[in-house]
Design a protein around this ligand. Sequence first.
Ligand code: SIN
Length: 325
Amino acid sequence: MTTRLTVLATGGTIAGIAGSAIANDYTAGEISIDEYLKKVGVLGLGAELSGRQIANIDSADMGPEVWNLLHPAIAEALADPDCDGVIVTHGTDTLEETAFLLDLTLPATKPVVVVGAMRPADAVGYDGLRNFANSVRVAGDPLASGRGVLVVMGDRVFAARDVRKVRTRGTEAFRGFPRESIGLVTPSTLEWFGAPWRGNTDAAFAWNNDLPQVAIIYLHAAICADDVARQVDADTKGIVVAGVGEGNMPERVRKELVRLAASGIPVVRASRANEGLVDREPEDEANRFVAARALNPQKARILLQLLLAGGETDPAAIQRAFDGR
Ligand code: SIN
């Protein structure tokens, strides 16, 4: 039986146009999903694809406005007995945040794959068609379900929790941490490393269309307490610190953050380093700080927003969520 996949388009370079095969500059989110499906129609991918335009933006502009359209559209497709899986096309710049948000708020019953491209559609060496063909292969594989939301880029399959964009250019721009890729894919082959870990589980969090404001504070040499205070206002409900090294910070900044945490604003210590664990330190409990573990600051922000949206403000309970327990 032919696999039936729903393709939800949000824009990005995968739908971008440069107006020249060799130009460096281009505009993301130019091609409509109907045009795109015509383009991929000639590839003979062996799947029935039905498309829907959710947005057509540069993913720098991604946020609640589009998420609040995208999430219900995916949920609707997953509930449809005539749909075997969902593909979301997305700009690569904030793809990891959308993928993780969806991973935490969707059931793991059918494959949901997020895919992008590093080169616009009219560029020589456009990677979007291959990435898309690979995503069809993944979304059509029953073994893809039970792994949560997946990201397909550069012949690799990543789990949403692990994936991160690590390069600004080139088709190998994504990596996974702490797990590298969880599968290798080509348009005609797919190899998984390990079995599905989620089963047909429900979503970890209910969808919330009004996520609270969480600030990411990026630390640097010579940062002072006022630099931190300036980034926090009455609307700030949580803070993620992109700390140096293992989520470290100078004493003056620590004091300011301890003050904010004591006022009831949860503070999560992450790292500005691209890869690395931020483990819990003995003084975290007294400081009311939370360790982000393997989540980078932008993903720690998403998890903290969902916890706060559910009414959770207790650092110990927030830590358990970051520990994955
Ligand atoms: C974007 O994120 O929308 C532009 C960059 C890209 O897709 O690679």
